[in-house]
Ligand binder design. Structure first.
Ligand SMILES: [Zn+2]
Length: 71
């Protein structure tokens, strides 16, 4: 099984031998979604879209509470 280096954590990532350019793989080390961008040698790049666990991280900070101090 061919391997490449994860751009996120620099660990070896196993890539399916039949992968083609544009295929996605997941780094088993850090869980990053990676895209096959080159085949000879195999090169991986981070996927732009974050489709797993980023939901709601900014929601805690919404400005509530400011008005109360004015009275
Ligand atoms: Zn990784």
């Amino acid at each position: 099984m061919p391997t490449s280096i994860c751009p996120e954590c620099d660990e070896e990532v196993y890539v399916d031998a039949e992968s083609e350019q544009g295929d996605t793989v997941t780094c088993e080390e850090c869980g990053a979604g990676l895209v096959v961008v080159g085949l000879d040698p195999i090169e991986l790049d981070l996927k732009d879209e974050d489709d797993d666990d980023d939901y709601g991280e900014d929601k805690d900070y919404d400005g509530y509470g400011y008005d109360d101090d004015r009275y």
